[in-house]
Design a binder for this molecule. Structure first.
Ligand code: ANZ
Ligand code: ZN
Length: 817
């Protein structure tokens, strides 16, 4: 008997797979297509346990689907642009081009050591010109479709990373990467018009039953749809007008003032030359210094100031004061609000502070309190509302908007919380934005046939507040593609989330330098059948990728509107409750575990220790346990080579054989469904463990051919989780064909029902007898037979039977006194 020595067999099988090109993607038109994808990693330097978990999950799915007869696409690549490499360059003087590829090399080696079945011929790195040429090509496509535009805007600026951030990259007012408080800065920047797709991005979430509700809810909230009306108020004594967005046009008669965002374009016009201009400007500057979070938080103090202008109520003509206030945001709705203090909490607080009139216009069922201490937000009957009095407010809402519409001063609309995606970054290690500014022609795109715009090697990384690309004159100065005159290149690079918004398409045509991707092939493979990644990207990567796919759909480049049919968001790997990731340091490194126990042990532990969407607590006992289990499987095969080689047709006449056969088919069924339908790998592993236990418990005297068959099945079921040990055992068992090519075992439903079942008979909880019944026996039949048995008769002689408990297929307990 040979000992289980993972180090030897794992290397051997990894080389074998590589030499035989075992994981090349098949594209057999007679087979269905399956695309298994794990979120590609940033090449940080080395894998952490979180990576091991995701890749193992993806690998189990990919190997399983292949055995089930699918063409399986299972690629891997590198989200290789990004700030860490650049910061490393600033600190240690190693060019990102060098450090990134070194990291990729090391991490690739680690992935191979885990035995993940990637088709490496499709590998891509977003920092390679072969890739970012097409990222730039897509930028041009967006530009042509009016989905990329440049504007001056107050943008989120991280002083630490010295770059702007998209709204999605600001978390609780801080930078998503470093946590530094984000400030506003006025800059001319490029945006992607994702708001154009807000309605579809939100609505189509309903067509994604394979996505966790949690992620869909996060996206819905992020996109944030409100239905309401735009209502226009004329400015008294002027041609100007203010349009407000309100979700409650039914409260129109309760308006007692208007509030504009300090940034609202009308503000400067209205205060110009007024006596209080300087005072108001000082207030505006003060508000602009505070973050959006501060301005919108409900417990922040609401601050406002009157401006010397008034508006006219569109229905009553009443004069309404106009204020500006910190709690009105410039880029939501219209940046202007009608103040209805009686029915809106924020307005109530604001009006109380500034002594503005409060007029109740809806009477709720509970009546209007004599003294108002808070806004009335319930529905009710209209009062103080002219012709609309007496109507239910929801009915009045529609009628009021109808009337405003007929007067040309209002209409129903929707507002989204989602903002356009700011994609300019003042950083080096990203794809250059392929645009040129010419004094004569303005903004000119670099023609598609001149792409890629290569990143210049020589730049000064460390000039704070300046794009590194702007430090290379040779790069900056160019000629205008349109007029041939002198022109300057755009020196910002693209947000790296653009790179990752389309990589899953590029895998299809990774080596084709003539097209962004082959539409026909993409339509065959996509949407991705199973996408595995972290929940932290719920409103970043996963939203952006959906946006990209919809744009490509509209451009006729793909025939589907959603990129990921089904999503598995894996939990974290934690160590005594602390998140284990690159930021906390690699407390337990994959190298160490692989060296000590082998990759198969690491894989089985990861799968077994928790359901995939839950956090997984690292434990040394868990690893030991997984290792012991594999040792047990190894010995099970090694010690039965004689019967395995003898083969033969199983004879399942006896009780033990029937039980064994049932255990075997139950395991096949459970593992098949757990992997293929429920994606619950932990219970799949326990089912295999149960089968192995049943094999060990099988009597020596029972049919050997059946035992051999069960051993073979156990090895096959374990293969997707532990491919090295099972491949080795398979060969040891004398099988010629590689396990990769062996079909997934089928189960026989009829083997899952026993025709006889043994019941334990207990009296007052003590086991007294065992009786065998036909599986079809009813509860009553079992009970009657137990009570009539001679043994029971003798035992209960002279006592009263107080209760009979029958647990179907298990036991009968008699309570006697
Ligand atoms: C009058 C009113 C009366 C309002 C009432 C509410 C209740 P959601 O649901 O989040 O879409 N609002 C509109 N634009 C705003 C802005 N730029 N900054 C801050 N607040 C703004 O919120 C819509 C409501 O938020 C709008 O409806 C408006 O107040 C306010 F009894 O108009 B409402
Ligand atoms: Zn020009």
């Amino acid at each position: 008997e040979r000992r289980y020595a993972p180090a030897e067999i794992e290397q051997k099988w990894q080389s074998h797979w590589e030499e035989t090109n075992a994981f090349a993607t098949e594209s057999d038109p007679n087979k269905p297509y399956y695309y298994a994808l794990e979120q590609f990693p940033y090449p940080s330097g080395r894998l952490h346990m979180g990576h091991v978990r995701v890749y193992t999950i993806g690998d189990v799915v990919a190997r399983f689907k292949k055995q089930q007869g699918f063409n399986v696409l299972h690629p891997m690549g590198w989200d290789a642009f990004g700030m860490p490499a650049e910061n490393f360059a600033i600190k240690h003087g190693v060019h990102p081009n060098v450090s990134t590829y070194e990291n990729i090399e090391f991490m690739t080696k680690q992935q191979k050591e885990l035995g993940i079945s990637y088709d490496w011929s499709r590998e891509l790195a977003t920092c390679s010109p072969d890739y970012y040429k097409w990222t730039q090509w897509l930028f041009q496509l967006f530009y042509e479709r009016d989905l990329a535009y440049k504007k001056k805007a107050a943008v989120n600026w991280c002083p630490e990373c010295s770059t702007v951030l998209a709204n999605e990259q600001v978390e609780d007012g801080g930078c998503w990467r470093c946590g530094t408080e984000v400030v506003k800065k006025d800059l001319e920047q490029w945006f992607f018009r994702i708001t154009e797709y807000a309605d579809r991005l939100r609505g189509d979430l309903d067509n994604l039953p394979g996505w966790p509700d949690k992620v869909k809810t996060m996206q819905r909230n992020w996109i944030g749809k409100s239905t309401g009306a735009d209502i226009t108020f004329k400015i008294d004594g002027s041609d100007e007008a203010v349009t407000v967005f309100t979700t409650r046009p039914d409260t129109l008669f309760g308006v007692s003032y208007l509030v504009l965002a300090p940034e609202h374009e009308l503000v400067q016009k209205l205060i110009a030359g007024q006596p209080r201009e300087a005072e108001i400007k000082a207030f505006i500057d003060e508000v602009r210094k505070t973050s959006e979070i501060e301005r919108t938080s409900t417990d922040a103090e609401k601050k406002g100031i009157h401006i010397d202008a008034s508006a006219l109520h569109p229905l009553t003509g009443e004069k309404l004061p106009i204020l500006i206030a910190n709690y009105v945001l410039p880029d939501y709705g219209t940046g202007a609000v009608m103040g209805v203090p009686a029915h809106d909490e924020r307005d109530f607080e604001f009006a109380s502070k500034y002594e503005l009139p409060i007029q109740v216009v809806i009477e709720p069922e509970s009546g209007v309190p004599s003294e108002l201490n808070a806004a009335i937000t319930d529905d009710g009957i209209m009062i103080n509302s002219g012709d609309f009095n007496g109507l239910h407010n929801r009915e009045a809402l529609v009628k009021i908007v109808e009337q405003l519409e007929s007067m040309g001063v209002g209409k129903m609309t929707t507002s989204f919380r989602l903002r356009d995606w700011l994609i300019s970054r003042q950083r080096y290690w990203g794809a250059p934005i392929p645009m040129i500014t010419c004094e004569a022609c303005g903004t000119v795109p670099v023609p598609k046939d001149q792409l890629p715009v290569l990143l210049p090697e020589q730049v000064d990384f460390g000039v704070k507040g300046k794009s590194p690309l702007a430090t290379n004159d040779e790069f900056v100065n160019t000629t205008c593609p349109s007029c041939g005159g002198p022109a300057k290149r755009e020196t910002d690079t693209m947000d790296t989330f653009i790179d990752s918004s389309w990589y899953y398409l590029r895998y299809i045509s990774a080596q084709d330098d003539t097209v962004v991707f082959d539409t026909e092939a993409v339509n065959k493979w996509l949407p991705v059948d199973k996408y595995i990644g972290g929940i932290e990207h719920a409103v970043l990567h996963l939203l952006y990728s959906r946006f990209f796919t919809k744009v490509l759909y509209d451009a006729g480049l793909v025939n589907f509107e959603e990129p990921f049919e089904s999503l598995l968001t894996q939990g974290m790997v934690v160590l005594n409750g602390a998140k284990m990731s690159k930021s906390k340091g690699n407390v337990v490194s994959p190298e160490e575990i692989i060296e000590k126990y082998g990759a198969d042990t690491a894989r089985v532990f990861m799968l077994f220790a928790a359901p995939p969407d839950r956090d997984l607590e690292w434990s040394d006992q868990g690893i030991e346990g997984a290792h012991r289990f594999l040792g047990r499987v190894w010995r099970m095969v090694e010690s039965h080579l004689d019967i395995i080689q003898a083969g033969g047709t199983p004879n399942i006449a006896g009780e033990a054989e029937k039980k064994m056969r049932m255990a075997m088919h139950a395991a096949i069924k459970k593992v098949t469904e757990d992997i293929g339908e429920r994606y619950q790998f932990n219970t799949a592993i326990s089912a295999i463990m149960e089968l192995v236990n049943a094999i060990y418990a099988y009597p020596e005297t029972a049919d050997a051919a059946l035992k051999a068959e069960a051993i073979e099945i156990a090895v096959r079921l374990l293969y997707p989780a532990a491919p090295h040990i099972t491949s080795e055992l398979w060969a040891v068992m004398g099988k010629q064909e590689s396990l990769i090519k062996v079909e997934w075992p089928a189960f026989d439903e009829s083997a899952l029902v026993l025709d006889e079942i043994e019941y334990v008979v207990q009296i007052n909880g003590k086991v007294r007898d065992k009786l065998v019944f036909p599986a079809a026996a009813t509860r009553e039949e079992v009970e009657a037979a137990v009570l009539n048995s001679e043994k029971v008769h003798a035992l209960v002689e002279g006592k009263t039977i107080k209760k009979v408990i029958v647990v179907p297929n298990k036991l009968v307990n008699l309570v006697i006194a």
